[in-house]
Design a protein around this ligand. Structure first.
Ligand code: GLU
Length: 551
């Protein structure tokens, strides 16, 4: 044991009396089965939940759940300048909306492997750094910003690898007495890892998704503790994931090139290397070029965007699963109604290059998911959405829930349900005509097809009021309507009209549209018969009479 190094360690951390052994004892190996995956989501509280982060956390969460492992949430708040107060809690809330509830979270009062907020783990980091200084694996560095900037400039000009290494690592070779003197003089310092890496050597590891990966060894003496005494990401990752007994480091691909730094630290501390799984980054096609989905440029990079628009959670999760595993879509086609979590995710079915974000696909999947919900579930979820984002929809649902449900149920209870909605924010416009408050507003525009004379429209409406046929069952009702259309020289079938357009005024669809507009205030509605039945004969007649008077 080098006494001088010990002395330096004690000057840097006079109040730290714990040892790494104490920590090993306090955070023992988790009592789980061999193949249980312990993994985590480790957001920095710097803003909203990014769609890419939702993707990583969802997938990590599923891997833990699938293996009866542990998924925990750690708050990485060591960059206090970039911190946005409250954004961590908001992220937890948003994850919960997607059903991602961590087994251990930084918000829990007690967690056996906590605290799970990095700024509360100073003693743990300091214990490890103290031991590393004493063993010569780390050292204080007094270089100023100006000195470092000068080095960087020199390296750039001479096309050298930037960073603190070799001849540029001036504090690495400081005499120990000098170090003590400068510390005692209260000079500003950071602590750096003392790398043993060689530029001509390579390090390899097996990534769970990408197979064996090789990089040059790390040669940089990276900062592990900043002047504010907080750790950097690189160091905190190693210490936290060791003592939290993480088995799988599931994180974005952007961290892959830093893995040699982390591996060197695990090795030097004699800690078992975790398994790394570097997820693909979510990309976007922009002017034909692929680029990362960007917080600054893309509204769809924010999960909030989808929540505000009311995309169904189920659809979004399904979509993220298609990004995660190439065989998910096939599975979904075979199991349209199944719980998404019956699908078993696997690392080796993950795509290697960035997954391409496709809003059209989200829309189509969302339509599928919404069409497969029963009307009661749909109504529950639409109400939940409306309460938060759309009071006028909330009002419609709450006035008469049964009535709302019956509208939503149109075309739902059948083998191939209608796909009317893409998101909950579409629902209001879809149902509002069924409410008199909105119908009487809409009909003022008289959105009839201009090619029919007003007098003809009036006659048709008059005739319909006298005999709505609504006591008949659907086919008979339609035949009754068709007979009326034919008697006024509308073709009984659209294709007859198409063949000989000169022979008719229009076709039965045009005829029905006239009544539809008069009763609904718009030309497009789901199954007309169902609509009329729900409105009830009395209201239908009332509405048509009103419309007729406007003409
Ligand atoms: N705080 C890091 C980030 O937000 C976490 C990376 C990791 O999962 O290790 O990117």
């Amino acid at each position: 044991m080098n006494n001088k190094l010990n002395e330096i360690a004690n000057v840097v951390f006079p109040d730290i009396h714990l040892t790494i052994k104490d920590l090993e004892r306090k955070y023992p190996k988790r009592n789980l089965s061999e193949d249980a995956i312990v993994t985590r989501f480790a957001p920095s509280p710097t803003g909203f939940l990014h769609t890419g982060s939702l993707f990583t956390s969802l997938v990590s969460y599923r891997f833990a759940k699938q293996t009866d492992g542990v998924f925990f949430l750690r708050l990485e708040d060591t960059d206090q300048k970039r911190e946005i107060k409250g954004s961590g809690d908001k992220v937890v809330e948003q994850l919960e909306t997607f059903g991602i509830v961590p087994d251990e979270s930084y918000l829990d009062e007690f967690t056996a492997y906590g605290p799970l907020v990095q700024s509360q783990r100073k003693d743990i980091y300091h214990t490890v750094i103290k031991a590393m200084i004493a063993s010569g694996d780390a050292y204080p560095c007094f270089c100023t910003h100006e000195e470092l900037a000068e080095t960087r400039k020199y390296q750039e000009e001479n096309k050298l690898l930037p960073g603190y290494y070799g001849e540029f690592a001036t504090c690495k070779h400081l005499d120990e007495k000098e170090v003590l003197k400068r510390l005692n003089n209260d000079e500003d310092y950071v602590v750096r890892f003392k790398s043993n890496g060689k530029a001509d050597k390579r390090v390899s590891f097996k990534d769970a998704i990408r197979g064996v990966i090789e990089f040059p060894e790390n040669i940089l003496d990276i900062v592990i503790m900043k002047s504010d005494k907080l750790p950097t990401y690189h160091f905190a990752h190693v210490v936290d994931d060791h003592f939290m007994r993480t088995t799988h480091i599931t994180r974005g691909e952007e961290w892959m090139s830093s893995a040699p730094i982390h591996l060197e630290m695990f090795d030097r501390l004699n800690w078992q290397r975790p398994i790394y799984a570097h997820y693909p980054v979510i990309m976007k096609l922009d002017d034909g070029k692929r680029r990362k989905l960007s917080k600054r440029k893309d509204e769809e990079a924010s999960v909030d965007f989808f929540l505000e628009k009311g995309y169904p959670i189920e659809g979004f999760i399904d979509y993220l699963m298609t990004l995660a595993n190439s065989n998910f879509e096939e599975w979904r086609i075979q199991n349209p109604g199944a719980n998404v979590y019956d699908f078993e995710l696997s690392f080796n079915k993950m795509s290697l290059d960035g997954a391409l974000f496709d809003i059209e696909k989200i829309k189509s999947i969302s339509k599928d998911r919404l069409s497969l919900m029963d009307a009661t579930t749909f109504t529950d979820k639409a109400l939940e959405y409306a309460k938060q984002y759309e009071p006028k929809l909330q009002e419609l649902i709450e006035i008469d829930r049964q009535y709302f449900e019956s509208i939503i149920n149109i075309g739902r209870d059948q083998k191939k349900p209608r796909k009317d909605h893409e998101k909950y924010s579409d629902v209001f416009d879809f149902v509002s005509f069924m409410y008199d408050k909105y119908f009487y507003e809409m009909i003022q525009a008289l959105p009839f097809n201009d090619s029919f004379e007003r007098s003809l429209i009036k006659d048709i409406l008059d005739e319909y009021i006298k005999d709505t046929g609504l006591s008949l069952e659907q086919n008979e009702w339609f035949n009754n309507l068709k007979d009326k259309a034919v008697s006024r020289n509308f073709a009984a079938r659209p294709k007859d009209f198409k063949k000989n357009p000169g022979d008719y005024i229009g076709h039965v669809g045009d005829y029905a549209e006239i009544i539809r507009v008069a009763a609904c205030g718009k030309p497009d509605t789901p199954n007309f018969y169902d609509i009329l039945k729900i409105l009830g004969e009395e209201r239908v007649i009332e509405r048509i009479k009103y419309t007729k008077n406007l003409l």
